[in-house]
Design a protein around this ligand. Structure first.
Ligand code: ADP
Ligand code: MG
Length: 317
């Protein structure tokens, strides 16, 4: 047996109850439930670009699957199957053991089966493909927003970006705040249950991977709309709220990536039902603005217009 094959057997082969055939053959075999569409998405994580070379392998394993599960959440799909294509610079078994532990911790948490992949030698590069199911016609798409929709966002925004700034020594955080922010950065929690709950409520949805304004911008572009957003109404961790006057913190909240929360739009008639989800899911859902016929995004803070054309609001850094 080749060493590569041993690695696959040892670190990437688990029972796959949701598949007819999992790891080990030339292809896996799956069945999509009657009346459902197959939702598929793939994301690549490159060392040095998407994570630091020396990042904890457990976190890399968790995050490489979590970011894909987040795409299923944003579609209102149930994540079910994943494949993993991985290039490794060397066979480092302790690294692989930790990577695999993080990957399967996330897979177990969200009931996803790893059904196949490819393993090769090369600069560290991880590509996970996720597959899920959504009842036909029920997917939450970017192009479904209507004028005068409420705009909502889940969870705390800006924590992951602040954690990254801390790692890059751009800011020094107290240990308690740093712990919260690094957890958000390293082990994001995809909002799958929220995504499912929104199927019959939201008109459009996207996950926040590149930053609130950028990702909301994708909904608006696809739906040919603009928006007004009140920064004051965005839920964020106490530390960020306390320092929300500072441009750097405003950038974390409005433009910071990696939060993996959901931004969605819904008609006002759903407002009460969505507010109730906050209690049901124990997850803050903030009503942050409205879609408009006028194109472009206008952001206010303390009733004043915020200049978001300034450098830094497209790309955090
Ligand atoms: P092939 O030559 O047919 O591509 P491989 O040797 O690449 O076969 O893979 C053997 C089996 O192991 C296949 O079922 C493949 O899907 C699975 N596999 C390979 N690498 C991984 C991985 N990193 N994670 C999960 N399954 C993997
Ligand atoms: Mg192969």
């Amino acid at each position: 047996m080749s060493p590569e094959f041993n690695l696959i057997a040892k670190y990437f082969t688990r029972a796959t109850p949701s598949a007819d055939l999992g790891v080990g053959d030339d292809a896996a075999l799956l069945r999509v439930s009657e009346g459902h569409q197959l939702a598929i998405s793939v994301d690549m994580l490159v060392a040095g670009t998407h994570f630091f070379h020396d990042a904890a392998p457990y976190n890399i394993g968790w995050k490489s699957l979590a970011v894909n599960i987040s795409d299923m959440a944003a579609m209102g799909a149930v994540p079910k199957w994943a494949t993993l294509a991985i290039a490794l610079p060397e066979i480092n078994e302790p690294w692989l053991a930790e990577f695999s532990r993080g990957l399967f911790a996330c897979a177990d948490r969200f009931k996803v089966d790893l059904i196949g992949g490819d393993t090769t030698r090369g600069p560290l590069n991880i590509s996970v493909q996720i597959m899920g199911e959504v009842p036909t016609g029920k997917a939450l798409r970017r192009d479904g927003a209507k004028s005068d929709d409420d705009i909502w966002v889940s969870g705390n925004l800006g924590s992951a970006a602040l954690g990254l700034a801390h790692l890059q020594n751009k800011i020094t955080l107290d240990s308690e705040v740093a712990e919260h922010c690094l957890l958000a950065l390293h082990t994001p929690m995809p909002r799958t249950i929220l995504g499912l709950a929104l199927r019959n409520k939201a008109n459009s949805c996207i996950d926040v991977s590149d930053g609130l304004l950028a990702d909301l911008g994708h909904i608006l572009e696809a739906s040919n709309l603009g928006a007004t957003v009140a920064l004051d109404n965005i839920t964020c961790h106490d530390y960020l709220r306390l320092h929300l006057d500072k441009p750097m913190i405003q950038q974390c909240v409005l433009a910071g990536g990696d939060d993996y929360e959901l931004v969605f739009t819904a008609p006002e008639s759903q407002r009460h039902a969505i507010q109730q989800l906050t209690q049901q899911l124990n997850l803050p859902l903030s009503l942050i603005g409205k879609t408009t016929e006028n194109l472009g995004i206008q952001v206010t803070y303390k009733q004043q217009m915020l200049d978001i054309s300034k450098k830094g609001f497209d790309h955090f850094g």
